[in-house]
Design a protein around this ligand. Sequence first.
Ligand SMILES: Nc1ncnc2c1ncn2[C@@H]1O[C@H](COP(=O)(O)OP(=O)(O)OP(=O)(O)O)[C@@H](O)[C@H]1O
Length: 235
Amino acid sequence: MATPLVVSEVSKSFTMHLRDGIRLPVVADVAFSVKSGECVVLGGPSGVGKSSILKMLYGNYGVDEGQILMEHDGRLVNLAAAEPRLVLEVRRVTLGYVSQFLRVVPRVSALDIVAEPLQARGVAVEEARERAADVLSKLNLPNALWDLPPATFSGGEQQRVNIARGFITDHKILLLDEPTASLDARNRAVVVEMIAAKKAEGAALVGIFHDEKVRDAVADRIIDVSEFSPRKSAV
Ligand SMILES: Nc1ncnc2c1ncn2[C@@H]1O[C@H](COP(=O)(O)OP(=O)(O)OP(=O)(O)O)[C@@H](O)[C@H]1O
């Protein structure tokens, strides 16, 4: 089975520039891999570094040491050392990310926000919009909202726009940061189904889910991020 994501000996600390440059180690020697069709969940207590790992995997946070290897366009790319232009290309083609909160673009409708990643991959506007409408209706977002910019939407409505945008493409690697945090039970169940469908299509998923029921429904493996605590490796 293919392994589109391999994380090898990754360490990260934050430098607090306003605090005399104090360095706060967050994680050390992070190592795991994710196969096609597998959903790996990052677990462990609050503040242990789960979101930081996800942000490193997406290239939003730099990495002090180690490699983040991804299969991209028929070759292996180390995202930890990639030029910004390559990071953007990997995100367009290979790597999707559903963050907890929607980054709202003024004046752009919910439908167009969801259709945009497909258009960036060369799908014609009309088809991209049709597919966006399909995903939004699957997620029970009322039709009346589709043509409006989501700035005024409720937390759960914004989150569904975000999920639709992340799930609409066939990215081979998908990162999920608490995608169900603001959803009701009915829509949580829809997202669980959508994650199962992604696995069946062979995507490799890494997620953070605080909701135990969701976590148990989607996880093939739970990695306790405390394993990578720098304090532990110093003992
Ligand atoms: N940009 C940043 N600058 C400085 N410190 C940061 C930054 N981002 C995260 N941290 C620190 O790194 C540690 C890990 O944070 P992170 O958000 O990764 O934890 P988490 O396991 O996802 O927590 P939670 O479950 O509460 O969301 C925390 O101590 C946090 O304060």
